[in-house]
Design a binder for this molecule. Structure first.
Ligand code: ZN
Length: 495
């Protein structure tokens, strides 16, 4: 067989590239947490900075995680009667101005198109920072009668918010998200809907992201611009900072009045509708990284891992042929069980660097398969979460691996919950508050006053993450001003 010199050269280049990657260490969390985060994003090959400042390129491995998040959430939404639709990227500037609080909140961060087709536009077009205004203008035509309600629609889209300080996945100028927009006949129905979809997010975070969250109400200062109430789920990252993982807004009739979303009720009386909106974004991927990963790289919960199992065949020549045949057999049995599996067939890389690479990419289970395993009728199974290794015989190996994947999913949740529990601190005065804030969620009494909240933010950079739904009724005094309070709220610094 004639060697193709181009193939040979490509092989050498790939070899060099692979070994260069293997030498680059991940900064430890203890040394520099934010550099550790960026190293994980880079070395797990998830995303990179783009030629456009503040915008990211989501690479195939990172995008595969997003696709799994989408698929999972989409099924949950549809189970609640939601349909998907798509609305324009551009919003006439005048639309944004119709809801006063909304424009006030979003004006500082919008990008505006003033010219198109070589001409100045009559009316500038805002690139959507969120789509309430454009969607509700359309809804005003769709909604006529009580028979048209409830209207439950979701859009998967990109949005743009001009950010000065950006961080891959966590805060970027353009990001991907979903936004649900619903219309209801009564206030109660809308309120129930806002809470219902927050709960969808909570369950998704717990079941699929293996991430415990606090669900609750935002303070007025943290409320979505134009909403009556904003609900949220908040997750604790490994450094004790909070990540807002999802929000749901009870919009009341604010937008309905600005956009004329009206319907005739059963008595033929015209009424303004009640609305909600809710969203989660690609920042959830940042949350996954900072909840589960370690100094060796990314750690992914099996439910959101692009590959749940990677099989690394070991051996040469004829031996390898037999190993490969067994690898294919195991892979087929796993695929049959609905497991996402990959056989790493790269012939230009040795097993060691392959192990290292899949570890960095957070693959939950690695199967090592060599001639010795074959002779013993078994495979070596390595868990990413605990680094434990065990062997399994071929008979029923797919069931054994499914069990291990479930154990990993549970273990990651338990581990995250344990970490969170260890970093919840009750404080009863402001000095204690300030000394305990670093690395913790602080539970403190708050009078409900915006001034106290603003003072804390100014002096400590901490914000009220939420007034938890399960807040215990407890009389106390605001840690800032000493006025009466009926329960503790969660303060933390956040991403
Ligand atoms: Zn106070």
């Amino acid at each position: 067989m004639v060697q193709n010199p181009h193939n040979e050269q490509r092989r050498i280049m790939k070899d060099n590239k692979a070994s260069a990657g293997a030498e680059k260490a991940i900064t430890s969390r203890a040394q520099d947490y934010s550099q550790w985060y960026l190293d994980i994003v880079e070395q797990a090959d998830m995303a990179e900075h783009s030629p456009v400042r503040g915008c990211m390129v989501i690479k195939p491995y990172g995008y595969a995680i997003w696709e799994l998040i989408q698929k999972d959430l989409d099924a949950r939404f549809k189970a609640h009667g939601v349909q998907n639709a798509y609305f324009p990227l551009f919003i006439p500037e005048s639309f944004l101005k119709r809801e006063a609080k909304h424009v006030e909140g979003f004006a500082p961060e919008v990008a505006v198109v003033t010219h198109a087709g070589g001409e100045k536009l009559d009316e500038p077009l805002v690139i959507r920072p969120t789509s309430e205004t454009i969607i509700y203008e359309v809804y005003s035509k769709w909604v006529q009668s009580y028979r048209d309600l409830p209207l439950l629609i979701n859009q998967w889209a990109n949005v743009v918010r001009w950010e000065l300080r950006t961080r891959l996945f966590l805060r970027t100028t353009e990001f991907l998200w979903q936004e649900g927009h619903t219309v209801h006949a009564t206030e109660q129905e809308a309120e129930e809907c806002a809470e219902e979809f927050l709960d969808v997010y909570r369950v998704f975070a717990e079941e699929s992201m293996a991430t415990p969250v606090f669900a609750g109400l935002k303070s007025d200062a943290e409320r979505f611009a134009g909403a009556v109430r904003t609900y949220c789920i908040e997750a604790m990252m490994q450094d004790g900072k909070a990540l807002q993982a999802g929000t749901s807004h009870m919009l009341g009739q604010n937008f309905a009045k600005s956009f004329n979303v009206k319907f005739q009720d059963e008595n033929g009386t015209e009424q303004y509708a009640w609305q909600t909106s809710w969203g989660v974004s690609t920042r959830l991927i940042g949350g996954l990284i900072m909840t589960h990963s370690d100094d060796k790289g990314l750690v992914l919960p099996p439910k959101l891992a692009p590959y749940q199992v990677v099989i690394v065949p070991i051996g040469k020549d004829e031996e390898l042929e037999n190993v490969m045949a067994k690898a294919e057999e195991i892979a087929a049995a796993l695929v049959e069980q609905g497991v996402r599996v990959k056989i790493d067939k790269r012939d230009y890389m040795r097993p060691g660097p392959k192990f290292f690479e899949w570890e960095k990419k957070g693959v939950p289970v690695r199967i090592e398969l060599g001639p010795k395993d074959l002779a013993a009728g078994q495979a070596t199974i390595a868990r990413r979460d605990t680094s434990e290794k065990q062997t399994a015989s071929y008979e029923g190996i797919e069931d054994a691996i499914k069990d291990i994947l479930e154990q990993i999913q549970t273990n990651l949740y338990d581990r995250a919950l344990e970490h969170r529990n260890a970093h919840m601190v009750k404080v009863d005065n402001y000095d204690e508050f300030k000394s305990k804030l670093e690395g913790n969620f602080v539970l403190a009494h708050w009078c409900g006053g915006a001034e106290c909240e603003a003072k804390v933010k100014e002096e400590t950079k901490a914000t009220i993450r939420c007034i938890p739904f399960d807040q215990a009724s407890e009389n106390g005094n605001c840690v800032i001003c000493g006025k009466q309070s009926k329960g503790r709220v969660i303060f933390a610094r956040s991403y």
